[in-house]
Design a binder for this molecule. Structure first.
Ligand code: 5RP
Length: 231
């Protein structure tokens, strides 16, 4: 699991608070996971306390669900609402085409399910997440069925990845879906994310990848010079 760099927190908070302003009455909202998404959840809770009415929020992890529900945000599910009006989530890297690497917090599968069920997906981040090319600084997390770990690892390596089994606090990290995460590094970066994603998705035993390609319509990015929207 990646470490939480608190130096970026003011910008994460600014991005989360700006995104909370996009929520309108009677919407179904998809909630992301991570420290930036936590700021969004707190800001959304404040708007709800001030009178905003949402149909419900569908969180992408148990952590986000617990935080949202403790703050009084009504929770719903994809069984009750198959169409989400707006999903807001963080990212580990954002390229100029708004292609993303996500999954630093290990929630990539549910995050992708929530994002793909959404009519609009807005990514929120501090500006350190903006990159010219995906993969130079952050590995691509790949969620894998434990039974298939060894053959999947070999096939990911054959695609050029340096593969690390994710650990957390000295133990193998298990996702909320009871799977493993392989963090796949590409020291030269990823020249063709769509091709890499297609190859990874073809490996039997891969459940999902942390490449979120052509899914985000806009990014709200904050830094010392302020908050900007990229679309
Ligand atoms: C979790 C994610 C997060 O959105 C991503 O890791 C960004 O996290 P943070 O906002 O803490 O920097 O994909 O699986």
């Amino acid at each position: 699991m990646k470490r939480h760099d608190i130096q970026q927190d003011p910008w994460k908070q600014a991005a989360g608070e700006a995104a909370a302003q996009l929520v309108e009455n009677d919407m179904v909202i998809g909630l992301g996971t991570g420290s930036t998404a936590n700021f969004l959840i707190q800001a959304l809770a404040r708007r709800i306390q001030a009178g905003l009415h949402i149909v419900g929020a569908i969180p992408s992890s148990e952590t986000s669900k617990t935080l949202a529900s403790n703050l009084g945000i009504p929770i719903t599910t994809l069984d009750e609402h198959q169409e989400i009006d707006l999903c807001i989530d963080g990212a580990d890297e954002i390229d100029p085409q708004l292609q993303l690497i996500k999954g630093g917090g290990g929630a990539l599968l549910r995050e992708k399910i929530v994002a793909t069920a959404s009519r609009r997906f807005v990514v929120i981040a501090d500006e350190s997440k903006l990159v010219e090319r995906l993969g130079l600084h952050f590995p691509v997390p790949v969620e894998v069925i434990p039974f298939a770990a060894t053959p999947v690892r070999r096939q990911l390596e054959a695609l050029g990845a340096s593969v690390q089994l994710r650990q957390h606090e000295g133990k193998v990290f298990i996702s909320e879906n009871h799977n493993l995460i392989f963090d796949c590094s590409f020291p030269q970066g990823i020249s063709n994310p769509a091709e890499l994603d297609a190859h990874m998705q073809q490996i039997v035993g891969v459940v999902e990848t942390g490449l979120f390609l052509h899914m985000a319509q806009s990014a709200i990015v904050a830094g010392p010079t302020g908050v900007k929207t990229i679309s």
